[in-house]
Design a binder for this molecule. Structure first.
Ligand code: THU
Length: 140
């Protein structure tokens, strides 16, 4: 497990944004509220929550919601994502989100925080080794 290179105030900003957006989670089926906040290289923060569907497979995770919102806002280049839930323990990002986050930023730091205070600092490269991405698809 690596230690984040973010400053305490950067982590606090991400945690505040992730906790705030988690309150907007639409999760009537699982009852699990998830919030994610991305720190862009330009210093801006982009947050997303999970949004569930009665057709379960259409559910979007908080992490991908944060990514898509940031991209839609024209932001590129990211340093870190912080993920939190309303559960005590730190809940790691699912495989689908690892893939999308890795493609977005191969050097991304990942910080996972449980509401009980557990915190795991890692990287997307550690969470998704041997990832496939643009370079592999294009054969460059
Ligand atoms: N969920 C996330 O938001 N992020 C993840 O990485 C894992 C799962 C959400 C999706 C669903 O709304 C709920 O958690 C239960 O799977």
């Amino acid at each position: 497990m690596s230690t984040s290179t973010l400053s305490t105030s950067e982590i606090d900003s991400l945690l505040e944004a992730a906790r705030a957006v988690l309150e907007n989670s639409h999760s009537p089926y699982s009852g699990l509220r998830v919030g994610a906040a991305l720190l862009a290289q330009d210093g801006t923060v982009h947050a997303g929550c999970n949004v569930e569907s009665a057709s379960y497979g259409l559910t979007i995770c908080a992490e991908r919601n944060a990514v898509f919102r940031a991209i839609a806002d024209g932001v590129r280049g990211f340093r870190a994502v912080l993920i939190t839930t309303d559960r005590d323990e730190a809940l790691m990002p699912c495989g689908a989100c690892r893939q999308v986050l890795h493609e977005l930023e191969g050097d991304l730091e990942v910080i996972v925080v449980g509401s009980g205070g557990d915190r795991i600092d890692t990287t997307i490269a550690a969470l998704l080794p041997y990832a496939i991405g643009e370079a592999e698809i294009k054969g460059s």
